[in-house]
Design a protein around this ligand. Structure first.
Ligand code: ADP
Ligand code: MG
Length: 460
């Protein structure tokens, strides 16, 4: 038994045996450092980069504290966005598979209130939600926190950035004093201290180094005057021809400008920012993840924590405001041994940011030269996949397997042409090779899914 083995912890046996079935064979570094403290009951501040396994760290902690026979809300997890809340809820349900009848409920803005009210009436053990909506339910006395034993703030920095400080404060006030509190954040700007002091009692702090010195990310920096940023971006995209790339901007307006420019060059690019309607955000993320769009032009807030990694390239159209965020951005590429490139454009007035990154990563940044114009002579990369939207989802009991079945069933298309399938409450998306997209659409329009007809559209 190694120190990294989950069985070295005094976790409930039903949790440990399920971890083996999930193929969680060893703890990740943040789990190894934080779980023993969490299980001992300490309050904790945890810092580690995206993808390091923070959800299981607090998720196992709160499941350990949970008494499934007590049918009341025992844990509350606050997340900055609905996507993150959904991811956290999914991970916790996975971790809780060994325990019968655990109810995990998400309460997020942008979702119908009425359905949440009725779910709340049916009761839940664990609530995962965004601060605004959770507070709304609290104020209307539809949610009772008096039996909470574990309170988690996930991605606390983003929550503050999104203006949730007051809502978070108000929620903390309604939680019982006797509880365990856990705060996770990728970065630690100053305001976190104020929330931390309200939330935590004698917290332990755990930090897992966030440098990528041993990874396979190559970082390149390009000194480009502001009025040539767009042209520089085009050169880089033409040189690397990434099938999946996130271009980071610092403002919402910039994401739109850059996306328009890229579209005018023929790239397959979508903007991802906080102004998008939920449906459009979902759709953008789905199309990027299923490889029918190759470039997402995003702000940090909109992209944070999304399960999109293993990018071929990350391009910082603007350098991040702080080095933590920079490291966070580039950490999305070159995961799991695959090779990735991180390109950063900077101009003269960004030099302090460059110095901060040098200090933080303890490295010397060399300027690289942009690719020369000859890269523009080749064709622009276009994705080989397309996306079809189907007008039925979980609420209609449509599952991924049903969609695959409808597509590939007799005289259908070969399953090797079918990509990712994402099922939402009232709709679903399926990625298919463009070559068979028309046939796939026809098959869905004319056929049935689980005996029922649904509308289907090609998304462009
Ligand atoms: P973070 O919140 O730190 O960004 P997540 O909690 O979302 O990271 O975890 C990233 C991925 O790693 C998830 O897909 C999760 O299922 C997986 N994971 C977490 N812990 C382990 C582990 N001990 N072994 C294998 N996979 C893990
Ligand atoms: Mg997370």
């Amino acid at each position: 038994m190694t120190q990294l083995s989950f069985s070295s912890l005094s976790l409930k046996s039903e949790l440990v045996s399920n971890l083996a079935s999930l193929n969680y064979n060893e703890m990740t570094p943040i789990q190894a450092e934080s779980l023993p403290l969490i299980i001992e009951g300490h309050d904790l501040i945890g810092q580690a980069k995206t993808g390091s396994g923070k959800t299981a760290a607090f998720g196992l902690g709160l499941l350990q504290n949970l008494d499934v026979t007590q049918f009341c809300v025992q844990s509350l997890i606050l997340c900055p966005t609905r996507e993150l809340a959904d991811q956290v809820a999914t991970e916790i349900r996975k971790l809780a598979r060994g325990i019968q009848n655990i109810k995990v409920l998400t309460l997020c803005g942008g979702m119908p209130v009425r359905a949440q009210v009725s779910s709340l009436e049916h009761g839940a053990h664990i609530i995962v939600g965004t601060p605004g909506r959770v507070l709304d339910h609290l104020e209307k006395e539809r949610l009772d926190l008096s039996q909470i034993n574990t309170l988690v703030l996930d991605e606390a920095d983003k929550m503050l950035e999104m203006g949730f400080q007051d809502a978070v404060d108000a929620i903390i006030e309604q939680a019982p004093k006797q509880r365990q509190s856990l705060l996770f954040s990728a970065t630690f700007p100053k305001q976190i201290e104020s929330i931390a002091s309200k939330l935590l009692v004698n917290p332990k702090t755990v930090k897992v180094a966030s440098t990528h010195s041993e990874s396979s990310i190559s970082q390149l920096f390009f000194n480009v005057p502001n009025d040539q940023r767009l042209a520089g971006l085009e050169l880089l995209l033409m040189k690397y021809q990434p099938a999946s790339c996130v271009v980071f901007c610092n403002t919402k307006i910039e994401t739109l400008e850059v996306t328009d420019f890229l579209a005018s060059c023929g790239f397959s690019a979508l903007a991802l920012n906080g102004d998008l309607e939920q449906k459009d955000r979902d759709q953008a993320i789905v199309r990027f993840a299923n490889k029918s769009v190759s470039i997402l032009v995003a702000t940090d807030v909109a992209s944070r924590g999304l399960d999109i990694d293993n990018l071929d390239a990350v391009i910082n159209y603007q350098l991040a405001h702080d080095p933590d965020t920079h490291v966070h951005r580039i950490g999305r590429t070159g995961r799991a041994g695959s090779k990735g490139v991180a390109c950063s454009l900077f101009s003269h007035n960004d030099s302090h940011k460059v110095v901060n990154i040098e200090d933080y990563l303890d490295m010397r940044i060399e300027e690289s030269a942009l690719p020369d114009d000859s890269v523009l002579n080749q064709a622009v990369y276009t994705p080989t996949m397309g996306t079809i939207r189907i007008g039925g989802g979980k609420k209609q009991k449509v599952r991924a397997g049903d969609i695959l079945g409808a597509l590939t069933g007799d005289t259908g298309i070969d399953s090797k042409h079918v990509g990712k399938i994402n099922v939402f409450d009232h709709c679903a998306y399926v990625g298919v090779d463009k070559g068979v997209a028309a046939a796939a659409l026809k098959k869905l329009e004319n056929g049935k899914i689980k005996g029922k007809k649904y509308r289907a559209w090609r998304i462009r």
